[in-house]
Design a protein around this ligand. Structure first.
Ligand code: E4P
Length: 215
């Protein structure tokens, strides 16, 4: 499973990219708003930091306007992917952008039927929101499993981006459920590195080395 970072913060993206773990980036309007910078420049900057799919989200609600926005986003860099909300006008826009050879990421997916609609319109990526489903006591990871089965059985080309990741267990469960990608916030990516046994093990190794060989 590939790892994306779910962020529009350039320092955070740079830090994780430097560690060599990132295959792509997803943004959304809320993440962009948090940074308070020009969206187009931020997307360009991100594309210079990470060599992989970068999702930039449209804010229009009409298909033709989404397509216009999508063309603008796609023209920013060859790695750009247009993120489109899972609404009828969005699905119409996905179909059009797909015909133009522009990659799409259908976001705010909460059911198997929504994923089916996105697949049929030709979506490149589908983003089920695991954490937000868990919040309302639905089975977010279960949805990932169902979508993966559907993609495999019917031979759709879409890849699943496990989104709205809230903890490191969501990352691990996404692997088991068959997500192709997980898009993970910075703080949770950092946590994924840690284990107390790694720290105590390393300390003991270095102390043993020091005792035997000195500095
Ligand atoms: C997906 O691409 C979204 O940006 C994201 O994962 C939203 O998750 P949230 O529930 O943490 O806002």
């Amino acid at each position: 499973m590939k790892l994306f970072i779910d962020s529009a913060n350039l320092e955070h993206i740079r830090e994780m990219a430097d560690l060599g773990i990132l295959a792509g980036v997803t943004t959304n309007p809320s993440l962009m708003a948090k940074e308070g910078k020009d969206v187009t420049s931020v997307l360009r900057e991100i594309a210079s930091l990470v060599d992989g799919p970068i999702s930039g989200e449209v804010i229009s609600l009409k298909a033709d306007e989404m397509v216009e926005e999508g063309r603008h986003i796609a023209a920013l860099h060859p790695n750009m992917v247009v993120k489109i909300p899972m609404i009828p006008e969005g699905i119409k826009a996905v179909k059009q952008l797909t015909e133009e050879g522009i990659r799409t990421n259908v976001t705010l997916v909460f059911t198997l039927s929504q994923a089916l609609l996105a697949c049929n319109a030709g979506a490149t990526y589908i983003s089920p929101f695991v954490g937000r489903l868990d919040d309302i006591q639905f089975d977010g990871i279960g949805l990932i499993e169902e979508i993966r089965d559907m993609i495999d059985v019917f031979g759709f080309n879409a890849e699943i981006i496990s989104a709205s990741i809230r903890n490191t267990k969501h990352i691990q469960d996404s692997i088991r459920a068959g997500a192709h990608i997980a898009t993970v916030p910075y703080e949770i990516l950092k946590k994924a590195f840690n284990h107390p046994l790694t720290d105590s093990g390393l300390k003991a190794f270095l102390e043993d080395h020091q005792k035997a060989f000195g500095k």
